[in-house]
Ligand binder design. Structure first.
Ligand SMILES: Cc1ncc(COP(=O)(O)O)c(C=O)c1O
Length: 386
């Protein structure tokens, strides 16, 4: 079997979830705030089914996914949970009646970000004879999807006239909650509050109001309302170095492989494609079967390091699609079959996705999501490790 795998420790997910719960309670002791675990993009690369099952078993109230395909697939494994779809419906090219029937049968909660979607769902739900549960999305500054907050009142009032929709929630999304400077996030929040106030005055209220992604959960306690929507912090990383590190988090994924080939080479030997690296001295070179085809970025070539038996070794030469090479030094105790930690945290040896992201001029989100489908996910529940 290919030794390259992503070990996903569900007890660390539970630890992070409980850290979030404690933090919410500390900041808002008088209210139980619901948690929508964000599991889109294959649970940020961690595997949507197992992560979702675990989140529901430890008390997540909702699951958040990006689109209807993710939601329908997830429903097969999670029969009961509330699944909120953040994306919009693409109405074209569909057999609309059959499609809406399928969504209703899967008991999904839709985001309504336009009147077209509202009308569409209302029209076909009426034909099917079942109300469609929806959350209204308001754009307060992200400029992605949502009713523009400036005109939202009128549009939302219109949505309320559609009798085959059950308006369960309303939400917005922050553009900069991970930033040091919370000015823009606070402006978004104020606009949203003002809209809620106007809507309430006209009798439009919502059982579930929500705004907070990870950055806001950490640093913007005024944003909690009835529910929060953390993604990245569930998986053990802070969205950015700017967030106050006010809760302890444990990276859930360890990306690992094994040394599968070792050779000794002479000084001045080039390694890998392009011959960008030459050995200084006689060296042992270890080959590890993981490459950019597994989602381990080529940008780490000649820059990244990996842990083998608790010691860091440099990645040398260009990372290839299926392999990378490390320089094990002039003398080496490393053997074929030894475990290699490429990303994560084990026995206090840490190479976080955050660190890799800095090296790649990226963000930990992208590094985690990049782990390819061909990498086997192995699920552990190591309570004793925490
Ligand atoms: C609508 C929505 N809510 C919540 C999240 C979770 O964000 P984060 O991973 O920063 O917590 C996302 C992810 O981008 C999102 O699109």
């Amino acid at each position: 079997m290919n030794p390259t795998r992503a070990e996903i420790d569900l007890s660390k997910l539970e630890f992070n979830f409980n850290q979030i719960k404690k933090h919410l309670h500390k900041n808002n002791p008088r209210k139980k705030i619901k948690i929508c675990g964000v599991v889109k993009a294959n649970a940020y690369g961690h595997g949507i089914q197992e992560i979702s099952k675990k989140l529901i078993s430890i008390g997540a109230d909702y699951l958040g996914v990006a689109n209807y395909d993710e939601a329908i697939k997830l429903r097969a494994d999670i029969p009961d949970a509330s699944i909120l779809v953040f994306g919009t419906l693409i109405h074209s090219k569909l057999k609309p009646a059959a499609y809406v029937k399928r969504l209703l049968k899967n008991d999904l909660i839709a985001t309504v970000a336009s009147l077209e979607t509202a009308r569409f769902l209302d029209y076909y739900s009426k034909k099917i004879g079942k109300k469609f549960k929806v959350h209204i999305k308001v754009d307060t500054g992200m400029k992605r999807i949502g009713f523009d907050v400036k005109w939202a009142f009128k549009n939302i009032a219109q949505v309320f006239t559609y009798k085959n929709l059950e308006v369960e929630g309303i939400y917005t999304h922050f553009a900069t909650s991970e930033s040091n400077d919370k000015t823009f996030a606070k402006q978004q929040l104020n606009k949203f509050r003002e809209l809620l106030h106007q809507l309430k005055k006209s009798g439009m209220e919502f059982p579930i109001v929500h705004t907070a992604n990870s950055g806001a959960v950490l640093d913007l306690k005024d944003s909690y309302f009835d529910m929060v929507r953390p993604g990245l912090i569930l998986y053990g990383y802070y969205p950015s170095d700017n967030n106050i590190k006010n809760i302890q988090l444990e990276p859930v994924m360890n990306l690992k492989s094994k040394v599968t080939y070792i050779k000794r080479v002479e000084p001045n030997t080039s390694i890998s494609y392009g011959r960008d690296y030459y050995t200084d001295e006689r060296s042992f070179i270890g080959s590890i079967p993981i490459g950019y085809g597994d989602g381990f970025w080529r940008v780490f070539s000649n820059r990244g390091k990996v842990f083998i038996n608790g010691k860091l070794y440099p990645i040398v030469g260009n990372i290839t699609m299926d392999w990378l090479m490390v320089n094990l030094g002039e003398k080496s105790n490393v053997r074929v079959g030894d475990d290699v930690l490429l990303m994560g945290n084990e026995n206090n040896y840490a190479i976080g996705a955050d660190k890799l992201a800095r090296m790649a001029k990226s963000i930990p989100y992208e590094i985690c999501c990049a782990v390819a489908d061909r990498v086997q996910r192995i699920y552990l529940d190591n309570k004793k490790t925490l």
